[in-house]
Design a binder for this molecule. Structure first.
Ligand code: PLP
Length: 459
């Protein structure tokens, strides 16, 4: 391979003078464009060195433009969730209330008294903004808020059980979606996991027999994403608390979803309610901010003052701390509960509480608008997101059938490529749209997207 191939490679300035590349410098900084050009030229040199042929200037610019497009486009964007999965982990779990959003915006736009005591003019604590209200809602003595529930559990096990033993039922040493595995968190915390009982059965005597002078914690983990049925026996929180008291061992309770309202009123299974876990005597209760609570991503820890104090002082607390925008959003979300307006204001709860008749009316309007291929059918909305395993609500979906599975897959793909993307459910030979998780103000956009996609598939 001769020198001539290398001589064909243009210089950086030559590429920069190319019309499309010059225009690119108006969208991206010149420095970034120069880097893209240099990198592409280096790749070409390497390609030629290994026996390849030099691309034309045109091709070179094409590939630079393609890379610039990826770089310049914002990847994270809002989508319309027509899946009916209320807490969809892949779609960002809980949407915030308008008021919570506004609070986050205000706290982020300017300065705030995040860690400043306006009374004394001295340093304050970011936790003060939510501790009172959390204590009031749950009946706990103290509260602490961290980055997410996984980090809350990690912080507590590190601060309270490092180089000590934590007893857990074998049936609860589980994985809760997204790679949160209790045994792994335990290992990272430096605590030693002592599993008792069997996968389906454990008794309080199993725990008692495993207690040693090194036992620091009895841990309960809610089975947020699976159900054990058939021949089973579990140990109640009350039994664990009684055992913990007798041996002066703390009882920690990871409820996961963190529900404050009674889920049975919507026809769902009972989900552990934080206030009941506190009154049952748990020393610390852990919950997520963005599951059934309906707030921002957060790990909420409520419980005994002395233990919460130890967590606050632990160096890891700084590493898992929560930011001001989410503290603002969380405090407003919690205020919705105090004001008795949670079911109307918090999207997750509003979606769960929407009467079937309302969903049916909307589905019928959608089907009428879409015509032909669309029919209303009974279906099930899923709660999802690591809460209420198997929890579903009866719903009405708009089902669109096209000839063949390929047609449905292309329709789903077109909807995903729409701006904003529309995410639907594909069930065998039908595309299903569930109004439950679609905001009212998204209706028109969604219908226009479906109509346009159907039209372009037909043509
Ligand atoms: C969801 C869940 C977690 C993890 O919570 P994140 O807020 O996602 O970190 C931990 N434990 C249980 C029981 C859960 O359900």
């Amino acid at each position: 391979m001769g020198e001539s191939a290398f001589r064909e490679i243009p210089g950086v300035d030559e590429v920069l003078c190319e019309g499309r590349v010059t225009q690119l410098c108006e969208v991206l900084s010149r420095e970034v464009v120069v880097t893209l050009v240099r990198r592409r030229l280096a790749e070409i040199r390497e390609f030629i060195g290994s026996g390849g042929r030099a691309p034309s200037l045109e091709e070179m610019v094409d590939s630079i433009m393609a890379e610039a497009r990826v770089l310049g486009s914002l990847s994270l964007q809002p989508v319309i969730n027509a899946t009916g999965v209320v807490l969809h982990t892949n779609l960002g779990r809980a949407p915030l209330s308008i008021e919570a959003l506004r609070a986050a915006e205000l706290a982020s736009r300017g300065y705030s008294n995040l860690e400043f005591d306006l009374g004394s003019g001295r340093r304050g604590s970011r936790h003060d903004h939510v501790e009172h209200i959390l204590c009031h809602l749950t009946g706990a003595e103290a509260a602490l808020v961290v980055n997410n529930n996984a980090s809350g559990v990690l912080l507590a096990l590190t601060a309270l059980a490092r180089r000590k033993e934590v007893i857990i039922s074998r049936g609860q040493a589980v994985e809760i979606g997204g790679g949160f595995r209790i045994p792994e968190v335990m290992r990272e915390s430096g605590a030693r996991l002592v599993e008792v009982g069997t996968t389906n059965c454990s008794y309080v005597e199993d725990y008692e027999r495993a207690i040693t002078p090194r036992t620091a914690v009895l841990l309960q983990v809610h089975s947020s994403n699976f159900k054990v049925t058939g021949f089973t026996h579990g140990v109640s929180l009350e039994e664990l608390v009684e055992l913990g008291r007798r041996h002066s061992i703390s009882v920690l309770d990871d409820v996961g979803s963190g529900c404050l309202v009674d889920t049975t009123r919507f026809g769902l299974d009972p989900e552990p309610r934080v206030q009941n876990r506190i009154s049952a005597g748990a020393d610390l209760v852990f919950l997520s901010g963005d599951k059934l609570l309906g707030g921002p991503q957060a790990g909420i820890i409520v419980g005994r003052k002395e233990l919460v104090g130890r967590l606050r002082k632990h160096p890891l607390a700084r590493a898992v701390r929560i930011d001001k925008a989410r503290i603002a959003a969380l405090s407003v979300t919690l205020a919705h509960y105090l004001r008795g307006e949670a079911l109307e204001k918090i999207p997750v709860l509003r979606f769960i509480a929407t009467p079937l008749s309302e969903i049916e009316g909307r589905a019928e309007r959608w089907a009428r608008f879409l015509g032909g291929a669309a029919v209303v059918m009974p279906g099930e909305s899923v709660i999802g997101g690591g809460s209420l395993p198997g929890g579903t609500l009866p719903t009405r979906v708009v089902a669109i059938r096209l000839s063949g599975k390929a047609g449905i897959e292309s329709l789903a793909r077109m909807l995903r490529r729409h701006t904003p993307p529309v995410i639907a459910r594909v069930d065998k030979d039908a595309l299903l749209l569930d109004p439950r998780t679609v905001f009212l103000e998204e209706d028109e956009t969604l219908l226009a997207a479906v109509r346009r996609s159907l039209d372009s598939l037909a043509s």
